[in-house]
Design a protein around this ligand. Structure first.
Ligand code: PHE
Ligand code: ZN
Length: 886
């Protein structure tokens, strides 16, 4: 954490990029591991970059104690300039020289979890983005790539396992009960991919032979008590390896591929070369302790980190502005992988819908708020603030659009060319697009390439307005599309984007008009498209499969939406039609005067009933179709937001669904029971999701009727469940209905799982996220802060209680008395003092304060100002709150 006293954070600009003045070719590190004082000897081979003017060598360092610096074995003069070690008297000439640096650091005092830290008695490292400088002085930038050899020395009893990147070449005992291990990584890498782990861990090992006949060892390291929770991760890893070979021809390039799990981790997981380090949340999965969502997340994060081995590690980023080069592409790859794993077309669609929901509820608000930034940002004060849904999820949509524009095979060809050109290099987003375009010279991507790059340069969510005109005389249907993009901070005016719009026409009986399916590629502000042979006014189904990350303004009538909901052959747009209907009802009720009353009309309810009772639709799809548009998604449609009003409308809609479809929920619950053992596959998970939703609805209806039957059954299911998904769903149904059995169930749940950290996270999150009734959630959250199992310094625990309350429970957070914001303010400052990254994420809960109605707006403003004025304040939090206040 660098506290800036003058209050103005220094901005790093993309246009200032300059290649390094020196290269580091080899790094030999020796660690004497000790929690209080770890000694690090760093021996580097350094050479001047002849393409740059002669200048001193400036190495980054943070929270290090410097003991000694040697150049070619002899002492040398140096100075410390801010956070840099500056060497001026380097050997004349351009010969490489050996630079040795001795430093020490204090891993047990490292509460930021960046660099070398201790968690539950084990050493871990986290270096992305700029954590390596907290281990040793270095050119801490991704375009400096070196080969690493690492010697680890530590007490053998306390740290029996010693791991680093690459291959184990030597190990043995030392005196004083210590031992050592030496690792050599044959691949050149940037320092952000360095890792070491030392501790008392056990591992699941799996030898594999690849399709091309090479042998590899896969290992997952965890605490002994967690070994039985690693099977799913291992299967996911093997599936990811096979998939990348089949789909993209990319093999595993390592003899050993290791994953280590830790309970204390700022993010989800990290793709260090050959030694991925994971938040336990994304590795551990056992039917008794993990839900279907957890299983799916483990599968996709294990795959994501594995896929980075090519997209990120073999080809890396030139500078951190290019972050989406690896993240957008790798998210795209993990999304494709999960879709392929899901199997059936409808299961694929379910995954697509889930991904789009994330985009709309998290990325669209980001793109419309004070932190809006292009997929490739132009400037930042703190790079950690730019690991965002824009860089990741919108970045993945940009890659997906390229695939749409060149076709699936063309895309595979493009990636092949990308690796032929850039393997072993640190490159930019332009290089990726160039390779895909060059491999597909006749594609619209190649034709429109400079314009396509605007997706990387311009922030904000484009809007596409639609109007349609049927001409019976010529039997044509003319579609007019108009695109625009609202201003974002620093970008008042936007140029038109390249927007692929997948389209098809239906008649009013829901029949697809033959030959009407096509891809419209917008690249001008206005576009007209003529469909021939159309006898009567059709219904246009547009942006099918969500073919571009835009907001579509398409004035279909309710009846037309009902036709698409019943008949669209694109499952995504079928779901979307239902969501649009629900959104309209919600917005009408939010905007109406007076008390909220029954927002849903009979036709909508009947259509939803038809979806629920549909003979062939998947259970998972039904559950998504019957889920109301998210609070934040509704809020984004409004100029002024009254969170309590939105909450009241959504609650009224839920209540209506619960009562009007009561018999249908009973049917859904009973018809989707599974008899066999737990399997985390998409079909079974879909059935569990739908029965869970049914229980929520049945408990909700019982709250009003006072009938104890369903709450009783739910409580019973909670107790008898044979897997965490069913158990948690039942518990959550009771909690969310506010039933008196909820307290008993919560106590029982805690008692049973008090030794399972990840389950306790769920227990905290469930209470922090429960529907607010008369302001009862905040006092509960405050009480839970004092609970013996609450640990503020553990990021997962802090997020489960504080993060859930501030980010995921708008009605409880946005209180008329401002107490939610005061709570936010105090927690942000409290956490910032020891972990700025976690604090900065929490700080973003007030991003959209300017849209709030009074009294919320003034109170949020006041809380933000207190945080902004606080001394000291990390660069991380300062950047977030000063942008919010700007
Ligand atoms: N690179 C990691 C990923 O997305 C995310 C991460 C960033 C983890 C920074 C830790 C620190 O796969
Ligand atoms: Zn990633």
């Amino acid at each position: 954490m660098t506290a800036l006293r003058d209050g103005a954070a220094r901005l790093i600009r993309r246009e200032d990029y300059c290649p390094p003045a020196y290269w580091i070719d080899t790094v030999d590190l020796t660690f004497d591991l000790d929690p209080a004082k770890t000694r690090v000897l760093n021996r580097m081979r350094v050479r001047r970059n002849p393409d740059q003017p002669r200048q001193p060598l400036r190495l980054d360092g943070e929270d290090l104690t410097l003991a000694r610096v040697l150049v070619n074995g002899a002492g040398t003069s140096f100075r410390i300039d801010g956070a840099q070690l500056v060497l001026e008297n380097l050997p004349e000439g351009d010969e490489p020289f050996e630079l040795e640096i001795f430093t020490t650091c204090a891993p047990e005092k490292n509460t930021q979890l960046m660099g070398l830290y201790v968690s539950q008695g084990t050493f871990y490292t986290q270096c992305e983005a700029e954590g390596f400088r907290r281990i040793t002085y270095f050119l801490d930038r991704p375009d400096v790539m070196a080969t690493y050899s690492v010697t680890l020395r530590a007490d053998k009893a306390r740290y029996p396992v010693l791991l680093s990147n690459g291959n184990l070449v030597e190990a043995g005992d030392l005196e004083g009960g210590r031992h050592y291990a030496r690792w050599v990584d044959p691949h050149r890498k940037p320092c952000y991919l360095f890792a070491l782990v030392a501790g008392n861990l056990v591992c699941r090992s799996q030898p594999i032979r690849s399709r091309s006949g090479t042998d590899h060892l896969l290992q997952i390291y965890v605490r002994a008590a967690d070994l039985d929770k690693t099977e799913h991760a291992m299967h996911s890893l093997m599936a990811a390896i096979a998939w990348d070979e089949t789909r993209f021809g990319l093999p595993l390039d390592l003899e050993r591929f290791m994953i280590v799990a830790t309970s204390d981790f700022n993010m989800g997981a990290m793709e260090n070369k050959g030694l991925n380090i994971f938040n336990t949340k994304y590795i551990l999965a056992h039917p008794a302790t993990a839900t279907d969502t957890d299983f799916a997340n483990v599968e996709s994060v294990v795959a994501h980190e594995y896929f980075h081995n090519w997209t990120g590690n073999r080809v890396t980023c030139r500078d951190w502005f290019q972050l989406s080069l690896k993240e957008g592409l790798t998210v795209f790859r993990d999304q494709e992988f999960s879709m392929d794993m899901a199997g059936s077309p409808s299961a694929r669609a379910v995954k697509r819908i889930e991904d789009v929901r994330v985009l709309r509820t998290a990325q669209f608000p980001e793109d419309a708020g004070p932190m809006a930034h292009p997929v490739r940002p132009d400037q930042y004060a703190e790079i950690n603030n730019f690991y965002t849904v824009t860089v990741y999820e919108k970045g993945a949509e940009v890659v997906r659009m390229m695939q749409t524009l060149v076709g699936r095979e063309g895309f595979t060809r493009g990636l092949k060319l990308y690796f032929e050109r850039h393997d072993g290099q640190a490159v930019t987003c332009d290089d990726l697009v160039q390779a895909i375009a060059d491999a597909n010279p006749d594609s619209p991507l190649a034709r429109l390439q400079p314009q396509f790059m605007r997706w990387y340069a311009q922030a904000g969510t484009p809007r596409v307005q639609i109007s349609g005109q049927h001409d019976p005389a010529t039997r044509t249907y003319t579609l007019s599309l108009h695109q625009s993009c609202p201003p974002t901070p620093g970008q008042p005016h936007k140029e038109p984007f390249v927007i692929p719009v997948a389209a098809a026409l239906f008649d009013h009986e829901g029949r697809l008009l033959p030959g009407s399916e096509r891809l419209i590629v917008l690249h001008e502000p206005h576009t007209e498209v003529v469909f021939p042979d159309v006898d009567s006014p059709p219904i246009a189904s547009l942006l099918r499969g969500f073919s571009a990350p835009v907001i579509l303004e398409h004035p279909l009538s309710d009846d037309e939406l009902l036709v698409l909901l019943a008949h669209d052959t694109d499952p995504f747009n079928r779901w979307e039609a239902g969501q649009q209907l629900l959104l309209r009802r919600a917005l009408a009720a939010v905007r109406a005067e007076g008390p909220v009353h029954a927002p849903l009309d009979a036709a909508t309810l009947q259509a939803l009933r038809a979806v629920l009772r549909h003979p062939t639709l998947d259970a998972a799809f039904k559950e998504l179709a019957l889920t109301l548009p998210a609070h934040t998604y509704i809020a984004e449609q409004l100029d002024e937001v009254d969170p309590q009003r939105i909450h009241a409308v959504r609650e009224a809609m839920r209540t209506q669904l619960a009562h009007a479809l009561h018999e249908d929920w009973i049917w859904a619950y009973e018809a989707h029971q599974d008899s066999g053992g737990y399997r985390p596959d998409a079909a079974a998970a879909g059935r569990r999701a739908l029965t869970g939703m049914a229980l929520h609805m049945l408990c909700l209806a019982a709250r009003d009727s006072g009938n104890p039957v369903w709450p009783g059954k739910t409580y019973q299911r909670f107790k008898d469940a044979t897997n965490m998904t069913d158990r948690y769903q039942a518990l959550s149904a009771l909690v969310s209905a506010g039933h008196e059995l909820a307290e008993r169930a919560l106590a029982l749940f805690h008692e049973r799982f008090r030794h399972e950290e990840l389950v306790l996270d769920k227990w905290f999150a469930l209470q922090a996220g429960a529907p607010d009734r008369g302001g009862d959630i905040l006092p509960r959250v405050q009480a839970l802060l004092q609970h013996p199992d609450f640990h503020l310094r553990n990021p997962n625990r802090a997020r489960s209680l504080i993060g859930t309350y501030c980010h995921a429970n708008p009605a409880a957070f946005h209180r008329a008395d401002g107490a939610g914001y005061a709570f936010w303010r105090d927690r942000v400052l409290e956490i910032d003092a020891f972990n700025p990254q976690v604090a900065a994420r929490l700080a973003r809960a007030l991003d959209r304060w300017k849209k709030l109605a009074e009294p919320y707006r003034s109170q949020a403003h006041a809380a933000l100002r207190v945080v902004a004025a606080h001394e000291p304040l990390s660069t991380d939090v300062r950047e977030v709150v000063s942008r919010a206040l700007a």
